[in-house]
Design a protein around this ligand. Structure first.
Ligand SMILES: [Zn+2]
Length: 272
């Protein structure tokens, strides 16, 4: 019997004190809460991203059907990642970075984007080409005031110089279709976490809602999970284990309060 009788209460993940697991705990509790809203839609969506996300979705289904615990699935995915890159995803009392975890898990293996390089000084613009763009983006240096404003000018670093005028070229990239899931990384910034972000790709608009925030401090990660109705839940693998604790509502919390959680500061936000 779950000790919390509220059906909307997100499942938590209990921290592994032998093999520190907080980066996985903090991200997976949010992704599981999103997935369980619509298992068929999200299994499909995750499977289209890459094999690790597909494995995660299949694992979530096993958890949902109560065949295994979320901790078992976390450990299985973690083992796969460790085999892939044991430096980024160590075992033992070393924590991985949640950004490394996000960038590896949400890397696209499809040509889901269009890229173009152009010169801001002269008229030169290169040919558009199909490209891959993961579903996690670092917006730390994008000089935007809020997460809503980041997509207007999505650029990635470019070392190429213009053949015509030798000015540094700008590399612009856009998704072909607006994504359903997006992680934005913006630690150490004053960027406000918009409650909703509206993404426009060509003539298609999609609105994604803030569904979770991951915080870091004192070598530990914790998270807030946000239900579709705006209820905020707190999960910390050490303090709350596999329960989540109600922690206010999105309509009454300030942007400043969203930045900080239990003396830890925001690292990334999850929109879906
Ligand atoms: Zn030029």
């Amino acid at each position: 019997m779950p000790s919390n009788l509220n059906l909307n209460c997100p499942v938590g993940l209990e921290w592994d004190s032998q093999d520190y697991s907080c980066p996985y705990d903090s991200l997976f509790v949010i992704l599981y809460d999103i997935w369980k809203e619509n298992p068929d839609k999200w299994t499909n969506n995750f499977a289209n991203i890459n094999r690790n996300m597909q494995a995660l979705a299949y694992g979530f289904r096993e958890v949902h059907e109560e065949n295994v615990s979320l901790e078992n699935i976390r450990d299985a995915i973690r083992k796969d990642l460790h085999n892939l890159d044991s430096n980024k995803f160590p075992m033992g009392k070393n924590s991985a970075s949640v950004a490394d975890l996000g960038f590896t898990l949400l890397k696209s293996t499809n040509e889901n984007a269009i890229s173009q390089v152009y010169c801001t000084k002269c008229d030169y613009s290169g040919m558009e080409y199909s490209d891959q763009l993961g579903y996690i983006i670092n917006i730390e240096k994008s000089k935007v005031s809020s997460t809503q404003k980041w997509l207007d000018n999505l650029e990635i670093p470019c070392r190429q110089k213009c053949d015509e005028c030798s000015n540094k070229l700008t590399h612009q990239i856009d998704y072909k279709e607006a994504p359903d899931l997006l992680l934005l990384e913006y630690p150490h910034t004053n960027i406000k976490s918009s409650h909703k972000i509206k993404i426009k790709i060509q003539n298609e608009y999609k609105v994604l809602s803030l569904r979770g925030i991951i915080y870091h401090g004192n070598n530990h990660f914790c998270s807030r999970i946000i239900s579709p109705d705006g209820t905020i839940w707190y999960n910390d693998g050490i303090a709350t284990g596999n329960n989540s604790v109600e922690d206010g509502h999105l309509s009454t919390i300030s942007y400043k309060e969203l930045k900080i959680c239990n003396q830890k500061t925001l690292v990334l936000a999850v929109y879906a």
